[in-house]
Each structure stands twice: as C-alpha cells, then as structure tokens.
Design a protein around this ligand. Sequence first.
Ligand code: PFF
Length: 452
Amino acid sequence: MWSSSWIFVLAAAGSAVGLGNIWKFPYITGENGGGAFVLLYLGCVTLVGIPIMMAEVLIGREGRYSPINTVRALIQQHKSSSMWVIIGWMGMLAGFLILSYYAVIAGWALHYIVQLANGSFDGATAEFANDAFDSFLADPWRMVFWQTVFMVATIFIVARGVTKGLETAIRWFMPMLLILLVVLLGYGVTSGGFEQGFDFMFSFHWESVTAESVLIAMGQAFFTLSLGMGAIMAYGAYMPSNASITKTVVTIAVLDTVVAIAAGLAIFPIVFANGLEPSQGPGLMFVTIPLAFGQMPLGALFGVVFFTLVSFAAITSAISLTEPALAYLVEEYNAKRWRVAVSVGVICWVLGIGTVLSFNLWSETYVVGELTFCGFIDYVSQNIMLPLGGVLIALFAAYGLPNTVVGSQLGLREGPFALLWKVVIGFIAPVAVLIVLIAPIFDVVLEFLGLG
Ligand code: PFF
C-alpha cells in the first residue's frame, strides 16, 4: 500500500509523464499537422482519458490484486462474465510490447547525456544535429548498448521494489523537468521562431485531420496517461481507501497535459527558427533540443540535466509498464520478485532488438503497409490494444460491477452525478473510442472501392 494518497498521485504521475509527453507528443503533433491534432488530443484526454482512468483506479482499488487477478476476483464476487479477464491478459501483452521499444528510445536519451557532456553540440548547426542523430541510428551496436543500460536499470529498480526510489525520484525530478522545459521555452521565445511555433500548435487546420489522425490522437491520449493496459489499475490496487479518486485522477491528467504542451512549446519554436521540418518523425526531440542547448550559455550543463531528467521520467514510466505482469506472476506462482523481473526484462530486451534494427538494417523491411517492425509494434499496442483495453475497462466498470460498488468507490450516491458518470463510462467514452477505432477501417474500405 502507498503510504499516502499523495504517493499514489506521484507514482501515477510518474507513470504518466514520460517519453510520451516529451518525445512522442511533439513528434506526432508535427506529423499530423499541429493545432487541430492538439485539440483532438485534448478532447480525447478530457472526454475519454479522465473517465477511463477513474474506472481503472476504482477497479484496482476494489480488487486489490494484480490486474488479471483483480478482474478475476471481481468476476467471481459479482458473478459477471468470465470474458472480462481478457482485460488483464491483453494489458499484460501490451505492457511487454510497449516496454520493448520504450527502452530503445529511452536509450537514445541516455546516449544524448554523454554527447552533451562531451560538448559535441557546442555551437552546433541544424545540419550537424541532424547528421549526429542519423549516424547514431545507423549504428545498431550503440543503440543496443544504451537499450541494455536502460533495461538493466529498470529491472534493478523493479526487482528491489518500487516505492522508495520512486517517491524520491518523482518528488525531485518532476519539478526540475518542468523548470528546464521553461528554460527551453524561454530560449524558444527569443529564438525568433516562437510565433510560428505557437501558431503551429494552436491554430486549427482542419484539412489535415483524417480518420487516421483522430485514431492517433486517441492512441496518444491512452499512451500518455498510461491507460488501457492495467498499469494504473495495478497502482490503484495500492491506493488508500479514503483518497478521492476523482480529485487525484484530474490532478494527474492536468499535470501530464501541462508537461506535453510545455514540451511542444519548447520544441516547435526551435524547429522553425532553424528551418527544420516539424514532420521529421521520431528524431524531432533529439535534433532540436541538443541544437538549442548547443547555442545557449551553459548549454552543455543544462543539456546533461535535461536528458537525465528525461531518462528518469522514462524509468518511472517503464517501471509501471512491468507492474501488471510482475504483480501477476509473483501472486500466481509465488515466484521471487527479482526472478520475475529479470525474465520480463529479458523478453522485452530481445523484442527490443527488432526495434533497434528497424532504424538501420531492417529500415526497408515492412511488416504491413509502410510499418517497420518498430512501427508495427508501436501502432498495434498504442493505437489498437490500449484503446480496446480502455473500452473493455469502461464497460466492465459500467456493466460488470454493481452500481453500489462503483458508487462507494467514487463517493457517488444516487443523483445527477451518479447518472452522469454512468452515461459517460457506460456509453459516451466506449462508443467514442469504438468509432475512432473503426473509422480508419472504413476509410480503407472506401478507398478500396474507389469512393474515398
Ligand atoms: N505514459 C507513459 C509516457 O507517456 O511515456 C508511457 C506508458 C507508461 C504507457 C505505462 C502505458 C503504461 F502503462
């Protein structure tokens, strides 16, 4: 059990704030045309993300086991359909897939700590920053090295049990990360690209919105809030009974969104001031930020601190990616925590090699369409498994559990709020996600029929 509800907020925020905010949000915003995408993303967080996070926490706190066993126990207790267990199994699988590539990208951040410390970026030009990133990606050995370092660190922390380290990490690093984002923002304001960057993020060009980009915005909302795979459910299981679920969930969602928007506002001015491409993809953060630090007084120092903080943010998220599987295996087989942690780590590490190769030797090998191995794992886990898991979690909270149980977890008795909750979680949120999940399929069919 967390020692206070405050620690639950810290742990869940540690899970939520990670590469998804600082690396992924800016780059997919860049690839999907900016403003309209940001608005879609904010809509998804508010309308779908917050209610589903509440559902995850309340299910976890009601069951008090690992996600798989929590759902099992609640099914038995309330005689609901055994089909709901799929929530736990799919979540565990999604956790493995996401962690496999998450560790690779976090490894990039570790590599950049060393590069900035070396002074490699002092006075660098945009061309230099681009080339530095490309030559790093072309070298699978260096990527595997840093992926391994990150994975070993994660497994080490997870194996020792998380609460203590996690608490210190988040209490200190999160505010520092925000401060450094503000420093970068200050740099952006004076870089000459701020107006354009701001405009890019907040003016709406609806013509760039497609069914696919709505799906990506929804997937991002799930990914950034760590929803749909049981991570927050696993943390909810350790939450004290007297803490308010609504308040804590809203706090976490707001914090997570603030970090993402701040990262975007820091990165896009640098993009425009240096004539870079906003749609350049996964390299966006790794090209723009070192470039900015290279031009700042004391930039190398700030840069080292920044990438260290990003790595910590990534580690507190990675920990939560392992928690559903870990808690389950320890519970079910009475296995030693460190043994399970090492096994999970090894599986994800091996899968991660596929991601490393997707950027060099396999960069022209496509699994489906234009998706490389990494692209495929990322797409399936983020855009399909997490939203689908979210729908099931919402429906389970709405129809798999008695109203009285949910009401007492949320502190809602009969009345308009209880009704509102039921409508949102039992209808609006799942239907919205399902429409978004199905729409791109219609797009493909229409295109196939020559009508799109
Ligand atoms: N929310 C994390 C991020 O934004 O980087 C990623 C993540 C962590 C996704 C845990 C899912 C999860 F269960």
